[in-house]
Design a binder for this molecule. Sequence first.
Ligand code: HEM
Length: 422
Amino acid sequence: MSSNPHETGGPGPAPELFTWEFATDPYPAYAWLRQHAPVHRTTLPSGVDAWLVTRYADARQALADARLSKNPVHHDEPAHARGKTGIPGERSAGLMTHLLNIDPPDHTRLRRLVAKAFTPRRVAAFEPRVQELTDRLIDGFAARGSADLIHEFAFPLPIYAICDLLGVPPEDQDDLRDWAGMMIRHGGGPRGGVARAVKRIRGYLAELIHRKRENLGDEDTDDLISGLIRASDHGEHLTENEVVAMCFVLLFAGFETTINLVGNGLYALMCHPVQHARLQESLAAGETSLLVTAVEELLRYDGPVEMATWRYATEALTIGGQEVAAGDPVLVVLAAADRDPERFGRPDVLDLARRDNQHLGYGHGIHYCLGAPLARLEGQTAIATLLRRLPDLRLAVDHHDLRWRGGLIMRGLRTLPVEFTP
Ligand code: HEM
């Protein structure tokens, strides 16, 4: 008898997850899971058991299911019940009470208050500044003919942008850039370095917020931190600690995600020269409609957030026909859902002009990305400007030589070496 399971009609062995090959290209493994084990219990590299939800319909439903809590107290393994948002060192720095770790009614109150300060209008008014930052970063390497687009471009852009928006004085921004860099450089490494960086950021923010509060009456206090301090809803304000945690989550949630949007996005474009050229032509003709659909498609095709942050079943429930016990952790795999053939035509094909593209790259439900308008602005500005200014941008190394970070929640490249005519 044949030992090949395909010949006997079986699904074959479950793919190995969290290996080096998986980090490089997780999509074949996700295709297998979607088909054969759509809600799949696995042991994560940390030793914690969790359910992976990989089909689009199940993922969307799970993201909006109030029985799946964000609060780690619902985890049945208290020893592991530390911050699970992917924010390293958050517990030791006292930063647990932020949007990604809480449920209604606390979440509703905080989200309503932050929405009063972090408005689409504030983001739209920020556009010239994002353009200026983008051009300044490109000026730094444009004459050289080569660059590492992660370190010289995708990494500094979001941190300077959010610092500006928050109202961090220019002379302090390089410190924040370095501390934030330590957090992701040490992502899977020694916890000590991360915890130290988080503590420094926390200390810095607490002091800055205190100073802003003292000077609220001054004229030039129309920054986001001052907006957060002032925001009020039925007479309620954010407490001092809540403002600190909010600034921290804005810094953190918008940092590695945006690096990965720019990094993964440019990489995907360089791997698809025909579509790359088409986008370039449309930009040269002064059109922006393809740019808008392109950035959404890049988010769907190889988005920055591989899995939504941790959720915990508060009671026994069923997801996609699979029973999940109370206390079980659930990870919604956005990267798998966004390639589901039941939802997207030709899901493994990059189609920059794709319509009907309701991807889950920004999540869904009450925790839907608060920073999506800013992320779109940064992603569109970064990609359009780079394509316009460096028209023959190309990868400077073989695909096999690129390394992915390999974290659980985020998906992004460590480096992206490119060449171009100076
Ligand atoms: C939430 C993706 C950029 C702030 C989320 C979630 C996703 C996401 C998937 C939901 C997580 C979950 O449900 O577990 C992204 C992507 C980005 C991006 C792909 C870039 C391309 C940003 C930026 C900011 C930001 C620039 C702010 C400056 C937040 C916040 C939350 C969030 C505060 C929590 C919202 C809540 O729990 O109510 N983001 N994000 N994000 N994002 Fe983003």
